[in-house]
Design a protein around this ligand. Structure first.
Ligand SMILES: [Zn+2]
Ligand SMILES: [Zn+2]
Ligand SMILES: [Zn+2]
Ligand SMILES: [Zn+2]
Ligand SMILES: [Zn+2]
Ligand SMILES: [Zn+2]
Length: 448
């Protein structure tokens, strides 16, 4: 992070890399450590003939404060060297053990190198409308008055005098001058590739397993706040630096599912964006993840019943011209999954259930649907059932509360009649009789 800031100030020509400020001894120490670590990463010893060259290349904006040349003096050969460094870095990544901390560091370094190369290639390009970076799709914002905070540098975006961009995928916002410093890939792709929540509550493994570095940008952190504060994300359980974790609050899916706990907790920026993009996605199969929830949360049982009824009403609507014209099913367009199944829930569904909103709106829709089928529409009314067991009473519909539905042929009976005669469904019996006669041949059917 610090590196990015320096690089930024350097680019804005606010920082003369040759002016060492007093009190930077500590810093040099760190940079030195960083250097030796990097050497070992690249597999270079100081006796290695390749060392000089690579070292110089790596300094093109990657080291802490080792800008080794005057401002603005980037030459064509720099691009060559950067390309070479990128190739070397790729090789290193391949050679290091998979998922190791050193490999992750090398990946971050590779991203930096690529960004630097991109910047060198088009140094004076004039603010295009669309920029695609690390799977983000950045659009230039027109609004001048809105006061926003840059997701990269945490500073305010002054719309009047500064150009800024928003990613259409994940809503990441940043100054145009910060665009090339971005190291975080778009979370939208994570949502499409990995549309599954972490369902363990705050799965902490400890700072040591993170090598005392920010889980995202790899900046050094500790709980004592030295060199910078470690902030835990309640969703991932990992620790982040202050640049990657702004103490945003979010409802945690795992806490909802296991504890029916909707208290918002502190999460990292990246988790916040991911959770926001995921909130309406029906990815929670409650019955499988925590079936006990239905025993403890009455509202869930009510919602499940309403959803089951709506699925029973759906066949009426998709075969009824009038209902199609009235676009009745569009009442549920915000919760398309309610028209498809009765077991998948989005986090938003659960939030609305807990707040009592979903039960209200779903009951209203249920009433509206039932009214169409049973009262308003002759076509739908005609598709009602007369109980074949008692042959008495009103026309029945499968979503009526006092009915039972034959699972084989979908015929509808009074619940009481069906349980009394629980052995056979008269409709199924008739159907099987007809099938038998068909099997015996046309002459037999004539006789029947
Ligand atoms: Zn910025
Ligand atoms: Zn994005
Ligand atoms: Zn960080
Ligand atoms: Zn109808
Ligand atoms: Zn009956
Ligand atoms: Zn039947």
């Amino acid at each position: 992070m610090e590196c990015d800031e320096k690089l930024l100030r350097f680019r804005q020509a606010h920082l003369n890399p040759f002016n060492k400020q007093p009190g930077q001894g500590q810093h040099d120490q760190e940079a030195g450590d960083d250097l030796s670590c990097r050497d070992s990463l690249l597999g270079l010893s100081h006796g290695d003939p390749g060392f000089q060259c690579s070292e110089r290349v790596m300094d093109l904006g990657l080291a802490e404060d080792h800008f080794s040349r005057p401002v603005g003096l980037f030459l064509a050969s720099d691009i060559q060297q950067l390309r070479q460094a990128i190739e070397e870095c790729k090789q290193v990544i391949l050679e290091l053990p998979e998922h190791s901390e050193r490999q992750k560091d090398a990946v971050v370094r590779l991203i930096h190198l690529r960004l630097k190369l991109q910047e060198l290639k088009d140094p004076s390009e004039d603010e295009p409308n669309i920029r695609v970076l690390l799977e983000h799709r950045f659009y230039k914002e027109k609004s001048k008055s809105v006061k926003q905070t840059c997701d990269k540098c945490n500073a305010i975006i002054w719309g009047l005098i500064q150009t800024w961009y928003t990613c259409t995928g994940c809503y990441y916002r940043c100054h145009s001058k910060c665009l090339n410093l971005i190291t975080k890939p778009c979370v939208r792709s994570k949502v499409s590739h990995q549309a599954e929540y972490e369902l363990s509550i705050c799965p902490e493994t400890g700072l040591d397993s993170q090598d005392y570095r920010c889980a995202e940008c790899r900046a050094p952190i500790s709980l004592r706040g030295v060199p910078s504060e470690a902030r835990q994300c309640d969703y991932t359980g990992l620790y982040y630096c202050g640049n990657c974790h702004w103490n945003d609050l979010a409802i945690i899916p795992a806490r909802v599912i296991h504890n029916w706990d909707f208290e918002p907790r502190k999460v990292s920026r990246c988790s916040m964006r991911y959770l926001a993009l995921m909130v309406s996605r029906p990815v929670l199969k409650l019955r499988e993840i925590n079936p006990l929830l239905f025993n403890y949360v009455e509202e869930l049982v009510e919602i499940r019943k309403l959803r089951q009824d709506i699925l029973l009403m759906k066949p009426y609507f998709i075969t009824c011209k009038e209902a199609m014209e009235a676009r009745l099913l569009l009442q549920l367009q915000d919760r398309q999954h309610f028209v498809e199944n009765d077991e998948m829930y989005s986090l938003q569904d659960l939030v609305d259930i807990q707040a009592g909103r979903l039960s209200c709106s779903l009951t209203e829709i249920h009433t509206l649907f039932a009214k169409h089928i049973k009262l308003d529409c002759e076509r739908c009314q005609a598709k009602g059932f007369v109980c074949e067991l008692c042959k008495e009473g009103d026309v029945l519909f499968p979503f009526d509360s006092h009915t039972s539905v034959c699972t084989d042929c979908s015929a509808v009976f009074h619940r009481d009649c069906y349980y009394d005669n629980s052995t056979t469904c008269p409709r199924c019996a008739r159907l099987s009789l007809r099938k038998q006669s068909l099997f015996r041949g046309p002459s037999a059917e004539e006789q029947a």
